[in-house]
Ligand binder design. Sequence first.
Ligand SMILES: N[C@@H](CCC(=O)N[C@@H](CS)C(=O)NCC(=O)O)C(=O)O
Length: 346
Amino acid sequence: MHNKKCLTATLSLIGLLAGPCIAGAAQAGTLQDVQQRGSIRCGVSSDKAGFSYLSDDGHWKGMDVDLCRAVAAATLGDASKVEYVSTSSKNRFTAISSGEIDILSRSTTWTASRDANLGADFTTPWFYDGQGFMTHAEFGISKIEDLDGATFCLSPGTTSEQNLADYFGRKGLNYKSVVIEKSSELYSAFQKGRCDAITNDLTGLAARRTLFANPDDYTILPTIISKEPLGAYVSQGDAQWRDIVTWTAFALMNAEELGVTSANVDQMRDAPVADNPKIARLLGTDGHIGERFGLGNDWAYQAIKQVGNYGEIFANNVGPDTPLKFERGLNRLWTDGGLIYPAPIR
Ligand SMILES: N[C@@H](CCC(=O)N[C@@H](CS)C(=O)NCC(=O)O)C(=O)O
C-alpha cells in the first residue's frame, strides 16, 4: 500500500513535469474547455434515421444526438448547447483523438483495438447492436450463404468490413467489395444495383431502408454475425470527461430503472429524501455526486428533465411508435432481462 502510494506520487510528479512537453497528446481539461466555450462539440453521423440526423424542422435528432444533449444539460444546464459535427466512418477517430470534437456519438462499436490504438477511450454501451445484411428482394435470398460470390457495398474503417472478411473466410465463401466513404453515396450505389448486398449494423440498415422510396424492394436477412456494443468515445487521457459522459449515460438508465421521467422529475425531486434515497442521490437532493465530477449537483436532474430517461429516449427516437419500430430487445433494462445494467449512483 505504502509503495503503491509512493509510486503514484512519483508518477504524478513526472506527469506534472512532463505536462507542458506532451501538451496536445492527451486532451485533459475538456470540461473546462466546454464551460469556457459554452457548448459541446458532438461528432455524429449525418443521416442515420433515429440516431443522428437533421430533421425537417432543422434540428438534430436521434438517440446518439440525445446523449450529447444530455451531457450538455449535465455540464452546461442547457441541452441545446451542442455544436454538431458530421463525421464519416473513416475520419471519426481522427476527429476525436485530435480534440476537434469533445464526444464521438456515432454508432461506434467498442473494440479492443480501437481502445488500444486510436487515441480515444470508450465510455459505456448506449445501444447493443449486431451486424446484419440487406439485399435486393428480387433475388429471393433468405440466408447469408446464398450471397457466395456477391458484391458488397462497404463503409471504410468499420467493424462491418472486418466481420464480413472473418465470416466469409471461415465459411469458405467469396465476395467482392465496393468501398464508398459517404454513406448517402454508398446506399445509392446499392439501390442502383452496383452491389448485390450491403452489410452494417442492423440499426444502420433498418434506418436507411426507412428512407428508401420503395423499402419493400429490399430484404434484411434474419441473421446477425457479430456483437456491436455501440456508444460514445472521448479523447484519450481525460478521465474527468470520460467519467462525465459515462455517468450521464448511467444516470439516464438509472432514472428509467427508478421510474424517474422527464414528466415526473420535479415531483420526485421535491419528495422527502427518506422516501427514496436512491432517487435523492440521483437528483442531487442528497449527497454531492455532481460536485465530485466538477458539475452542479443537479447534473442528472437537468439531463433527465431536458432530454428524458433512457426508456423515453429509446421510445422517442427508435421505439414502436417511430418509423423504425424497434423493440427494446437486448436494450431492455437488466430488470426486464436485457443488458442495460447501469452502475449505481451512490
Ligand atoms: N458500428 C460499426 C459501423 C459504423 C457505421 O458505419 N455505421 C453506419 C450506419 S450504422 C454509418 O454510420 N454510416 C454512415 C452514416 O449513416 O452517416 C463501427 O463502429 O465500425
